[in-house]
Design a protein around this ligand. Structure first.
Ligand SMILES: *Cc1c(COP(=O)(O)O)cnc(C)c1O
Length: 635
């Protein structure tokens, strides 16, 4: 006899794919708890379960969003490092500058962490709307700052960006629609500022998967070839060719295969070279976002995964533009990428507890009285006769019995109590069949669904719509894992229901190596003991897409940072209340005005800005803070 296998943390690591999606940040420690290693260059770890208990003890109730700024820093270092390696290895002559797209998470603490962590790597910010530009201008005070302006732009947006070009920062306005060119001319003339412009190209190369329509001929943003030529002609007419400095494209998010990236680089490289030849002041190539995250750890081109890594991405981007430039004898541009997801996804974990369990469990069925309907007695006999060797047959009998009972009821031949009895017997049969199926080495295809049919529902203390809206909106997959008891075998298969009354508020798609699963393996909840789960890799988009959408407000959130002596807890944000958007995001508009005013004064003193521009800008900045976040009528 072989010894019965004792469940180990290695089994859990395999079951939940932790190596695949979590390395180097998440793993299991000897206590069977999830541990976090926020800085991949150090061996220090934080026990997530103990941390959660400590935070709860401080009065921070679950659900709780725990952010690890060290992880953010680590991701920026990784991304920049990969590009720098590629640049060095290939002898590329341009530099790399990453920018963080603010739309991924506009929270002040988040943006400030990015600016702080990104400083040594000369990381910049990308704004996709006017409210985001106002944030970027206040947050990026460095002399060497770098801000890209994307999104739908009206005249006032462009005016703000143009005046900010007089700051120490490099601010570039990327034309995404042809109409914006006229705004740029008007603003430039009105403010007497030569604009620094970029163009977003609609490449014919597309991404892959859910966001593929972000590129291609009918994409929402970007200029067609004809429009780009028109821009060049108009600039030339005004002797402003030097103003066009950047070429941008964006393939869409979560590009899970490297092939579209290679194709896009070939097309964009050619376009860049042509713009240089037409005499534009080209200096930057901006390859947009799209760098993927391996949510299921499978390293494939499945939509929740990626078949390449950051280093390969950097190699392909650098090689793509280098080849085109060298062939045409054009200087290598500064390479810019706008990776949001890949930078932010890992930095936060949502921890929440289970508040209730709905589990099918029956024990022994009642024997039907002798005068019961034949169908009820047959179902009982079917239950009695279930053996390992006839499970499949028993499954057919049970299904048929239930169907017949329901049809007899419909035609009035079976009473309500008898139907109820028949249905209960059906579930008893299922339960017994499942017991046998679990012992089988080879489970017949049609019996695979029985686990799901009998699967439990774990009610959890969180809102899907608030904390993971993409699960609801686009069936996105995130890794869910219990953060403790991982040295015990998880014997229950469950779906996770949230607290909303919405029937869509349920997680029923889970990552797996082979196939997406409808249930998650969980442990039996013990009386009087919390059962705590974590949702991982939700650090990009989820927080901001969720928060203004629901009556379950923001969750509590904290930053946990490694220190020499352990870790510190800071930036405790109690999740609640409804105020104005910026205050809701922990901004202090007065302070922002002050900070921007200081920069404007600096520009004034240095003679880069005149009083008229300063006044126009400050008025605009303050009015924008007070004003509408959506498009304003151009006047
Ligand atoms: C959303 C967006 C990004 C970020 O994309 P990720 O896939 O998160 O890296 C970058 N650039 C533009 C223009 C975007 O719209």
């Amino acid at each position: 006899m072989t010894k019965p296998h004792r469940w180990s943390i290695r089994d859990s690591a395999r079951r939940y794919q932790i190596e695949g999606w979590g390395a180097p940040y998440f793993s299991i420690n000897d206590a069977g708890h999830i541990q976090v290693r926020p800085d991949s260059t150090q061996d220090r770890t934080i026990d997530l379960y103990e941390l959660t208990q400590q935070l709860v003890a401080r009065g921070l109730d679950l659900p709780l969003l725990i952010r690890f700024p060290n992880i953010l820093h680590d991701r920026i270092r990784l991304l920049t490092g990969c590009f720098e390696s590629a640049i060095e290895e290939y002898g590329y002559k341009g530099a790399y500058r990453g920018v963080f797209p603010i739309k991924v998470n506009q929270q002040r603490h988040m943006v400030e962490e990015i600016v702080d962590s990104g400083r040594p790597y000369r990381f910049g910010l990308e704004a996709g709307s006017k409210p985001e530009l106002l944030i970027a201008l206040a947050a990026m005070e460095d002399e060497d700052g770098f801000i890209l302006c994307n999104g739908y732009k009206d005249l006032t947006y462009i005016e703000a960006a143009l005046v900010a070009q007089r700051f120490d920062n490099k601010v570039l306005v990327i034309l995404e629609r042809i109409e914006e060119l006229d705004h740029a001319f008007v603003a430039s003339e009105k403010l007497d500022i030569r604009p620094c412009l970029g163009v977003r190209a609609k490449l014919s190369s597309k991404g892959m998967g859910r966001w593929a329509s972000s590129a291609g001929d009918r994409a929402k943003f970007g200029l067609t070839t004809a429009e780009i030529v028109h821009v060049v002609d108009e600039l030339q007419k005004r002797d402003m060719l030097d103003c066009l400095q950047l070429l941008h494209f964006h393939l869409g998010s979560q590009v899970s295969s490297i092939i579209p990236v290679k194709n896009a680089m070939r097309e964009a490289g050619q376009l860049y070279v042509e713009l240089c030849k037409m005499g534009c002041g080209m200096r930057y190539l901006d390859v947009g976002g799209g760098l993927a995250v391996d949510y299921d750890g499978s390293k494939t081109d499945f939509h929740a995964s990626m078949n390449y890594d950051v280093q390969e991405y950097a190699y392909d981007v650098v090689a793509g533009i280098q080849t085109a430039c060298d062939k045409a004898n054009v200087p290598h541009p500064v390479l810019v990428s706008e990776s949001g997801r890949a930078v932010a996804a890992y930095q936060s974990v949502l921890v929440f507890d289970t508040v209730g369990v709905d589990q099918v469990s029956f024990g022994e069925p009642d024997r039907p009285p002798a005068d019961s309907h034949a169908i009820v007695r047959e179902l009982y006999e079917a239950w009695e006769g279930i053996r390992q060797k006839n499970v499949q047959e028993a499954w057919h009998d049970a299904q048929q019995g239930l169907e017949e009972a329901r049809s007899l009821f419909k035609f009035g031949y079976l009473g309500l109590r008898e139907l109820a009895h028949a249905e209960r017997l059906f579930w008893h049969c299922c339960e017994r069949i499942r017991e046998h199926v679990r012992q089988l080495r080879q489970v017949p295809e049609e019996l695979l669904s029985i686990e799901e049919l009998l699967g439990a529902i774990y009610y959890c203390n969180f809102s899907l719509f608030q904390s993971a809206p993409d699960i609801w909106a686009m069936d996105q997959l995130f890794p869910f894992v219990p953060i403790h008891r991982l040295d015990e075998e998880p014997t229950i298969k469950a779906r996770l229901a949230d607290l909303t009354c919405d029937s869509d508020g349920i997680v029923d798609h889970f990552i797996d190596v082979a196939e997406v699963q409808n249930t998650l393996d969980v442990h039996e909840v013990r009386d009087g003991e919390p059962y705590i789960l974590g949702m991982f890799l939700g650090g990009a988009y989820q927080e901001i897409l969720g928060d203004l959408h629901n009556l379950f407000g923001d969750t509590n959130a904290v930053h946990v940072r490694l220190e020499d002596y352990g870790y510190t807890v800071s930036n405790v944000i109690k999740g609640d209340s409804i105020e104005e958007v910026l205050r809701y995001l922990q901004y202090d508009p007065e302070d922002m005005v002050e900070r921007v005013r200081k920069q404007a004064e600096r520009a004034l003193n240095a003679g880069r800005m005149n009083l008229h521009q300063l006044r126009a800008f400050m008025r605009h900045y303050e009015e924008s803070l007070r004003g509408y976040t959506y498009l304003q009528d151009e006047s």
